[in-house]
Design a protein around this ligand. Structure first.
Ligand code: ASP
Ligand code: MG
Length: 413
C-alpha cells in the first residue's frame, strides 16, 4: 500500500464531466489499496477570468484582495471534486489551504511555502477519507490567504507529497509527459521515460510549460518522485526522479529553445579593472538576472561587452546600462531582441566529450551564426538569430537524439 498525491490541473477539472473522469483515477488508486490525497487546480479559465475582473476595477489589483479572489477558484474545484467522489460512495473531504494548514510567507500573489501541517490530513487518511486539497493557496501565520504564483498547484502538490513522505506525486495534465523537444517544433520528439530533477530544471523552458518550475526544485530538494501523465489516457507518462535512479545517462536528454531573452552590447568600453563589476553589480542590485556574458578581445584599450537578460527585465536593464555606459565613457548601448537561446541538456554531458564541438558544427552546417555561448555542467546554450530557432532545434534534435549512431558517452571510446 502506497501513499499517492494526485494533482489535477485546470483542464483535468475543466468541466463536471472531467472532474468525474479525474475522480475515476482517484477511485482506481483507492481500489488498488492505496491512500490518496488529491490536489486540485481551479477549473480551466477560472483564474484568468478572475484576474480580468479584478483588473477592470484596479489596473494593478490590490495583492491581498487578489489572493482572496483567486483562492476561490480552487475552492470551487475541490468542493465539486469531493461531491463527485461522495456520489460514487467514497469518503472525501475538501480542504482549503488554511484548513490544512499550508503556511506561507506574506508575499501576496507569489508566496512561498514555509511549512505544511500534516496532522489533519493524516487523521483523515487514517479514517479512510480522501482529502481533496486546494492547490495554489496557503495562509500566512497571521491568517491571511495567499497564492503561490501562476501554476502554483504543482508546487502545492509536490510540497504536500514531500511533507507526507508520499511514495509518488502524480501530476495529471493535458499532455502525456515531458518530451525531448517541443513536439510542435519537432514532430519526431519522443516522450522521456525518466528524467533527473537537474535535467528538468535545465530544460526549464520546455518543462515550465508542463509544470511550475518551482515544484521541480521542491521535488529535487526533498526527493519527491514525480510522475507527469495525461488525465485523458491510461498510459505511463514521464518520471522526474533523483539522478541515482537513472541508468542511462545520455549526453543529450532534450533540446530546448527560449525566445524570451534580449541581448545588450555595450560598445567600446574602456578595458580597465572594475568596469564589468560596475555594470553587473548595478544590474544585480536591481534584481536583474544576467546570462550569457561575452567580452570581446581588447583593441586599442577598448572592448565590447555583451550579455542577455529576460525580456521582462529588458526595459529596466536598458535604463541602468545606458546610464553606466555614459559614466564609464562607453560609446553606445545596442539592444537586440531578435535572439533566441538554444540549449541541449543531459547528465551524460559530464563525462562525454565532443558534444560542444558537434553542436557548433551542426549550427555551422546550417549557416547559423553563434552570438554567445554559455554552459553548465549538463547544458550547452547558444544564442542565435531568432529566425533560425526552429531550424536549429530540429537539426540538433535530429543529430543528438534521433541519430542513435552517435555515442558521446565514453571514457576514451
Ligand atoms: N489556478 C492557478 C493558475 O491558473 C494555479 C494552477 O492552476 O496551478 O495559475
Ligand atoms: Mg498548471
Amino acid at each position: 500500500m502506497a501513499l499517492i498525491v494526485q494533482k489535477f490541473g485546470g483542464t483535468s477539472v475543466g468541466s463536471l464531466e472531467r472532474i468525474e473522469n479525474a475522480a475515476k483515477k482517484v477511485a482506481k488508486a483507492k481500489e488498488a489499496g492505496h491512500d490518496v490525497v488529491v490536489v486540485s487546480s481551479a477549473m480551466a479559465g477560472t483564474t484568468d477570468r478572475l484576474i480580468n475582473m479584478a483588473k477592470q476595477i484596479q489596473p494593478v489589483p490590490n495583492p491581498r484582495e487578489l489572493d482572496m479572489l483567486l483562492a476561490t477558484g480552487e475552492q470551487q474545484a475541490i468542493a465539486l471534486f469531493a461531491m463527485t467522489l461522495q456520489k460514487t460512495g467514497y469518503k472525501a473531504v475538501s480542504l482549503c489551504g488554511w484548513q490544512v494548514p499550508i503556511i506561507t510567507d506574506d508575499v501576496h500573489t507569489k508566496a512561498r511555502i514555509k511549512e505544511i501541517h500534516t496532522k489533519k490530513i493524516k487523521e483523515l487518511l487514517a479514517k479512510g477519507y480522501i482529502p481533496i486539497v486546494a492547490g495554489f493557496q496557503g495562509v500566512t501565520k497571521d491568517g491571511e490567504i495567499t497564492t503561490l504564483g501562476r501554476g502554483g498547484s504543482d508546487t502545492s502538490a509536490v510540497a504536500l507529497a514531500a511533507a507526507l513522505k508520499a511514495d509518488v506525486c502524480e501530476i495529471y495534465t493535458d499532455v502525456d509527459g515531458i518530451y525531448t523537444a517541443d513536439p510542435r517544433i519537432v514532430p519526431n520528439a519522443r516522450k522521456i521515460k525518466k528524467i533527473a530533477y537537474e535535467e528538468m530544471l535545465e530544460l526549464a523552458s520546455l518543462g515550465a510549460k508542463v509544470m511550475q518550475i518551482r515544484s521541480v526544485e521542491f521535488g529535487s530538494k526533498y526527493g519527491v518522485r514525480i510522475h507527469v501523465r495525461s488525465s485523458f489516457k491510461d498510459e505511463e507518462g514521464s518520471w522526474i526522479v533523483p539522478e541515482e535512479e537513472i541508468m542511462e545517462k545520455v549526453a543529450v536528454r532534450g533540446v530546448t529553445s527560449s525566445d524570451k531573452e534580449v541581448q545588450f552590447t555595450v560598445v567600446k568600453v574602456p578595458d580597465q579593472p572594475g568596469i564589468a563589476a560596475k555594470i553587473f553589480k548595478a544590474l544585480g542590485d536591481a534584481h536583474i538576472a544576467v546570462d550569457m556574458i561575452v567580452q570581446t578581445v581588447s583593441v586599442d584599450g577598448y572592448t565590447d561587452m555583451s550579455f542577455t537578460v529576460s525580456e521582462t527585465d529588458a526595459p529596466h536593464a536598458k535604463e541602468i546600462v545606458e546610464k553606466i555606459a555614459k559614466d564609464i565613457g562607453a560609446e553606445k548601448v545596442l539592444m537586440d531582441p531578435n535572439v533566441a537561446k538554444i540549449s541541449i541538456v543531459g547528465l551524460g554531458m559530464r563525462s562525454a566529450y565532443g558534444v560542444a564541438g558537434k553542436m557548433f558544427e551542426i549550427l555551422a552546417k546550417h549557416n547559423i551564426n553563434i552570438k554567445a555561448i554559455s554552459t553548465s555542467e549538463i547544458r550547452i546554450s547558444c544564442l542565435i538569430d531568432r529566425k533560425y530557432t526552429e531550424l536549429a532545434v530540429r537539426a540538433l534534435h535530429e543529430a543528438f537524439i534521433e541519430d542513435e549512431s552517435i555515442n558521446f558517452v565514453g571514457n576514451g571510446t
